[in-house]
Design a protein around this ligand. Sequence first.
Ligand SMILES: N[C@@H](CCC[C@H](N)C(=O)O)C(=O)O
Length: 285
Amino acid sequence: MRLRFTKMQGAGNDFVVIDATTTPLSLSVAQLQRLGDRRFGVGADQILVVERASSADADFRYRIFNGASGEEVEHCGNGARCFVRFVHEKGLSDRNPLRVETVNNRLVLQAQADGRVTVDMNAPIFELDRVPFDASDLTPRRVGAGFPLWPLDLGDARVEVAVLSMGNPHAVLLVDDVDQAPVAQWGPRIEQHPRFPRKVNAGFLQIIDRGHVKLRVYERDAGETLACGTGACAAVVAGIRQGLLDPAVEVDTRGGRLRIEWAGGDAHVFMTGPAQTVFEGEIEL
Ligand SMILES: N[C@@H](CCC[C@H](N)C(=O)O)C(=O)O
């Protein structure tokens, strides 16, 4: 099969984006992994497939697959911004905002006049069984107004993580200096910790001040990426719940800056950041 694709990036988190709005497309895990492979394929952290919506209250359906594993996942913040740019650039729709359905969510996305895109990421989820996280026999340390930090045994280290879902699972760890943080060592151990039955994205968060943080994320099934949009939302929400951050925060990732806003409680989280097309191509799969 010959497949047309668009290579995109949002803050250095990179994607192969495929238009499946006219012809339905079913790719095998091996084909998805080939698209994600930086040596034998195109190379991407995630593969995004744009489809027709299944109901009238959404404009499109957007599916996300981790490039390394070919597994379908629930959410991708940086990918959502690229999805908007793709739909507008390809002339698939000129609606703004766009409403999109994902495997477990509905999102509203708005292209801004300055070229950035804002995504309504919905409300964060703290119920542990919905993350999911197995906290049996664990006692958390409570911080802020009672927000739990959970102890995790990593073998030669014991860390404390905030646990939440942005539609996909996140564990967030506070560090003094993110550039020195042992992301490559602890990232995979947190990602595959048995207390996270569906694995987890592991965020390493350094607070600069109440409106500015630095963040690195070891993504589930992707390794460390240059940025993770849902990870940025989860980290800021965790920082706010710990009483360390204000409601609007600039997040510096290794690939660029994201702005995250959350008013607390049941409020939705809003993420604003860049999205860019890198090139177009065709591949024989
Ligand atoms: N890069 C993404 C998240 C992609 C999915 C993640 N690796 C997972 O498995 O949940 C983002 O920008 O949010």
